[in-house]
Design a protein around this ligand. Structure first.
Ligand code: KG4
Length: 341
């Protein structure tokens, strides 16, 4: 009998539903993004995110089912993001998933959002272990080691802000629209002619990362430029390119040290910032002559989606993990919380 997973993701500002057959065949991948609605607030406004999930979840669910040739009764498993994420937003997805799985009397699988960002890369290629994963998103910046399937060791994480939110904050200071990371990429992509601004290199112990000190330093520089009326278009471009290089290089320096110590067979990247053109190019160049395979996710898979949640769920089912419908949202959920030992 086929395994048909209906997956739901509502951890932040995307209401997403996917249907995955036998762990490989993505039958439907619907994503309703709220980005336009949050633009006026310069970031995700949690109250609004919850209201929009509530408004949209049944629409996205019925669209997903009607655009497949499946009926509800074909679903063999339901999966849902249980954390980390916005508490109210997670609850809405979980409520919908619980209702469907109880009605159909099929197992309900709680999935870690960041495991989803890592396993999104299995839409490109099946994993070889040991594996190193770099997660770079709006809320997270982590370097994770997997010695085997679904076994996570977080080697390093940001001590303060995540790379995505740091891009967004710097972009806001430059009066660029939300989401700032996307705009920074748009402005700098393929431009080798931009004059760079000298920014300090951050030094943090181990594989941890830090962006807030640098962000404050840059914000003081921008304020000074504004006072001196020096913040013209050319200078904005210079900030955008210099910040992009500085932030991404910090991630990649740490990833490279982890590679040298852990000898992975594969390196994967995930999260919204993995769409960044400079990061995608630089990571390939960095490991080009090394004995490791580097996978970057397809662009459709870098933003939040439910296909990646279904992918993790499928791996969990294949491992014969046991599931209990009696769980709640876990807004702060460590990745190692998924490990069985
Ligand atoms: O993973 P994601 O969709 O949300 C979280 O779950 O955190 O990531 C959103 C973040 C935003 O901060 C956005 O500015 C950033 O990813 N982002 C990018 C790019 N696309 C999205 N940053 C740099 N370059 C991009 N192309």
């Amino acid at each position: 009998m086929s395994q048909i997973i209906l997956a739901i993701e509502t951890s932040c500002d995307e209401t997403a539903v996917s249907i995955l057959k036998d762990g490989k065949e993505l039958i439907v991948n619907s994503v309703d993004t709220q980005i336009e609605k949050h633009k006026q607030f310069g970031g995700v406004y949690p109250e609004l995110a919850c209201r929009l999930h509530l408004e949209n979840i049944s629409k996205v669910l019925s669209y997903s089912l009607s655009s497949s040739s499946l009926s509800l009764n074909d679903i063999t498993h339901v999966a849902v993001t249980c954390g980390p994420g916005l508490p109210g937003a997670l609850q809405i997805g979980i409520m919908a998933a619980k209702t469907i799985s109880s009605y159909l009397n099929v197992p309900l699988i709680p999935v870690h959002h960041l495991a989803g960002h890592i396993y999104a890369n299995e839409f490109v290629k099946d994993f070889s272990y040991p594996l190193l994963a770099l997660i770079a998103s709006g809320g997270n910046s982590d370097i994770v080691y997997l010695d085997r399937e679904l076994h996570f060791e977080v080697l390093g994480e940001t001590l303060d802000d995540a790379i995505g939110e740091s891009f967004d904050k710097v972009a806001r200071l430059l009066s660029l629209p939300y989401p700032g990371g996307v705009m920074i990429d748009k402005l700098t992509k393929g431009r080798d002619d931009i004059e760079l601004i000298d920014l300090p290199k951050v030094s943090v112990e181990g594989y941890n990362l830090s962006f807030s000190g640098l962000k404050s330093h840059i914000s003081r520089m921008i304020e000074k430029d504004k006072e001196e009326k020096k913040l013209d278009e050319k200078r904005i471009l210079s900030y955008a390119k210099s910040v992009e290089i500085n932030f991404v290089d910090q991630l990649l320096d740490k990833l490279y040290s982890a590679y040298l110590n852990y000898h992975p067979k594969m390196i994967v990247v995930g999260g919204g910032v993995s769409a960044n053109s400079y990061l995608r190019k630089k990571i390939k160049e960095l490991f080009d002559c090394e004995n490791v395979e580097v996978i970057v996710p397809p662009l459709w898979c870098t933003t939040d989606n439910a296909a990646m949640i279904a992918k993790v769920a499928s791996r969990m089912i294949d491992k014969n993990m046991s599931f209990n419908r009696d769980f709640s949202s876990k807004p702060s959920f460590p990745l190692s919380g998924l490990n069985e030992d």
